[in-house]
Ligand binder design. Sequence first.
Ligand code: OSB
Ligand code: MG
Length: 373
Amino acid sequence: MKIDAIVLHEIQMPLMHPFQTSFGITTGRRILLVELQAEGTTAWGECVAGEHPYFSDEMIDTAWHITATELAPRLIGVDLESGRDVPDLLKQVRGHRMAKAALENAVWELEALLKNMPLAKLLGGTRDKIACGVSIGIQPTPEKQMEKIETELSAGYQRIKLKCKPGWDSHIFEMVRKRWPNILLSCDANSAYRLSDADHIATWDQFKLLMIEQPLWYDDFYFHAQLQARIQTAICLDESIRNRRDAQAALELKSGRIINIKVGRVGGFTEAIAIHDIAASHAVPVWCGGMLESGIGRAQNIALSTLPNFSLPGDVSASKRYWAEDIIEPQVTVSPEGEITVPLGPGSGFKVLRDRIEKLTVRKERISTTFQG
Ligand code: OSB
Ligand code: MG
């Protein structure tokens, strides 16, 4: 496979509902899409970097710059056999994993399209349906939070994850458990607590949470191990797992008992699969996280979620929770049983709506020259 050109598009889309985490509120997304033109075919990838460097140190503008100047030129004109070839070609550039993932994943998509096979199969997936949960942002009032949960449970979602932070935690969990004693419930602190909060966090054991996601620093797994030793509830690591070595170190240190895999956070499908495998070898379940993706990233998350050790419901949910109209067809839908059926067509199995993307595009750049040291 030889890539002739890579086109970067920035699209802007308002979210259906503002999404609040412990690090801020997102009302609309600026999304970098990469379009590979190769072998007479087009394959798309999505960069999950946010509008600000709050979740990680990447953001759309750094990802755009690095992609245009350093990453894309290293892929143009090179003979690629598979998406697995990409990490080696990009390894001279340190970090910038979300930018790298968009390109690598587009190459996997390209490979699946050219082989006329589902991306899920190419990645080693074995499921024809995936289990869905939702991540619900912090709401203006506890009552609104309960309403949101009610809506998502009625839609069939199998697991509710609540964003939390100091001052928005125990009383909310208590209200939820009074009303729904048995649902699968978890929380995500996005690094809002410190080890000095361990006694407070230990009181959440009474709420029988499925997991507590990334309670401490975004770049830590040493202190997470100390916290895990002091609580019964499983810790799930998100931000702090950047690659397979982090996963191995975290599991050996017992920093958590569950891993959230976000393909953008770890630099692409190759690394995501490696982390999936390491977790499996430790009998640690994984699930697929979300980054408020458009349909392109969402479709690729569905494919990844078909791997065997993705055994907990992920944060991959219906398009309509995010967008008035998604950029793929059909839109991603979730059954009343809380499942997404994995499409059987080639690639991620969804049609990319180019006209819609063009309408939403505010910035575009075409790269067709090879990297000159
Ligand atoms: O920590 O999982 C997270 C969204 C943006 C940044 C970080 C996170 C999230 C989510 C949303 O939880 C998941 C989704 O619905 O896409
Ligand atoms: Mg998280």
